[in-house]
Design a protein. Sequence first.
Length: 296
Amino acid sequence: MKKLLFVLLVITLAASLLVVCTLVTQGKGEGEGGGKIAFVSTRDGNREIYVMNADGSNQTRLTNNPAWDNAPCFSLDGTKIAFDSERDGNSEIYVMSADGSNQTRLTNNPAGDWMPCFSPDGTKIVFASSRDGNLEIYVMNADGSNQTRLTNNPAADLAPCFSPDGTKITFMSDRDGNLEIYVMNADGSNQTRLTNNPVWDGWPCFSPDGIKIAFESRRDGDPEIYVMNADGSNQTSITNAPGTDWMPCFSPDGTKIVFASGRDGDYEIYVMNADGSKQTRLTNNPALDGLPSWGP
């Protein structure tokens, strides 16, 4: 029970700070890095999902209801967005068309379901759920059928993300005493730790070529964005600013990383080159903007 309460606190903190759920996609579109960026904002009074061009222009609301809508994630072809919502009383996984139409619930149980991520071929969605007493990683078909648990231990497993070839899933877990980044095969086998230090490492995201993983770490005090090789080697900080930088997501072409930051006093969405250079703010308003997901 203590583990579950801790994990729910982590999720609540992440939602409260409006951070990112990621998806690796490929394609080109408008703006630097290509494609569109889905995100969450409280600018209209409660948490809703928005979309904008990759240069920050044309910010448009997609959802509109009194409940929280969180963690948008594009499908590979850019036609769908998966997200979690509390509109039916507790957090469930939903999917909608990329223009906000056809919002449909995929999960339905008394526990919480969070943080969906499409597989690269669009046939599966991986997500975190507390339906079995603590937070575990599950996978289901993209229509919500065949919901299957992939992890099974007393710790918290959350924030799953498919590799671009669909054979691996990276996630964060506190099974070894604090939150670290792990990777496993897409069927749940061969669960392997990639990071190992006394502080929080989390929110991993594969690069589109599968060579790198971007993540957030608190090893240097403030939460900063890091990148590492997909095997966990060569862990390198690419941001260094006061305040929180976290929840990174690669652009479809792999040249950019979008992330949420509190460096300017409230949470806004920023973009930078994949090496950490040219950090640029995309949103600018008194509300909280975050949870960016970069799609085609």
